[in-house]
Design a protein around this ligand. Structure first.
Ligand code: DGL
Length: 274
């Protein structure tokens, strides 16, 4: 038994989609979330910068005492997971790419899988590797969709603007080949924790018969079983969530509600400097 919180971080509020799934799966656990909103986006930055930011954020969470770390950001997982595990061998560190790849392999009938994410995640091909390890016969297409991040952060997640940008990114892999009678992917991985908010606009553009998957539920299950393996589950019936942000606590609380699905009291959001 261990009553310390599970720590998790993202560049902004996107990782709250993972927190939402973890709270549903483990209501007795407490969580400490850090959103590095002052330095968002991570996805357009170099791998070295993303790894440095991830190590700084993790140091702050570890200083506050956490029993397990979830890297609730695909970009940070792809760029920094091994470095984080090396830096903190005493705590289990779980990323979102492997769980996302697992969900995709389970959901895809044909093994033709599209992955959307930030520039850095797609360029690093982390999903391609993770999917091919599980399903060597798969065909994977990666599409960077960087503008989805500010759209989600600003709550511009539906309507003509979101759909227009989605069409610009996705048409060449879905609408165009479909109109030509060519094969299209049957599964689309939301390889960025901001993207589940845009699911309706993305589905509208990808069209029928394409299954959208994200890492949130599979990551939550991986965290639960890791806590169990290490004897780290909380005995509490209901846990609490606390939030740290590197910029504007009021905005974090307001935007966070969209991602979490319930109010984030501003009194629970602390401004920190890294
Ligand atoms: N939410 C982050 C992810 O899952 C990326 C957002 C960003 O570019 O900062 O990749």
């Amino acid at each position: 038994m261990n009553e310390l919180p599970v720590g998790l971080f993202d560049s902004g509020v996107g990782g709250l989609t993972v927190l939402r799934a973890m709270r549903a799966c483990m209501p007795g656990e407490s969580f400490l979330y850090l959103g590095d909103t002052a330095r968002l986006p991570y996805g357009t930055k170099s791998r070295d910068t993303i790894a440095r930011y991830s190590l700084q954020v993790t140091a702050r969470l570890v200083e506050r005492k956490i029993k397990l770390l979830v890297v609730a950001c695909n970009t940070a997982t792809a760029a920094a997971l091994p470095a984080l595990r090396r830096a903190y061998p005493e705590i289990p560190v779980i990323g979102v790419v492997e769980p996302g790849a697992k969900a995709a392999c389970a959901a895809s009938r044909e093994g033709f899988i599209a992955v959307i994410g930030t520039e850095s995640t797609i360029r690093g091909r982390a999903y391609d590797e993770a999917i091919l390890k599980l399903r060597p016969d798969a065909r994977v297409i990666g599409l960077p969709c960087p503008l989805f991040v500010p759209l989600a952060e600003d709550g511009l997640v539906e309507g003509p603007l979101a759909e227009g940008i989605a069409a610009r990114y996705l048409d060449r892999v879905f609408r165009v080949p479909r109109e030509r009678g060519e094969n299209i992917p049957d599964c689309l991985v939301l390889g960025c924790t901001h993207f589940p908010l845009l699911a309706d606009a993305i589905t509208h553009v990808a069209g029928p018969g394409v299954t959208l998957v994200d890492s949130a539920a599979t990551t939550a299950r991986a965290v639960k079983s890791t806590l169990e393996e290490h004897g780290l589950r909380s005995a509490a019936e209901t846990g609490e969530s606390f939030f740290l942000t590197t910029d504007d606590a009021e905005r974090f609380a307001r935007m966070g509600e969209r991602f979490l699905g319930f109010p984030v009291p501003e009194s629970r959001v602390e401004l920190v400097d890294l």
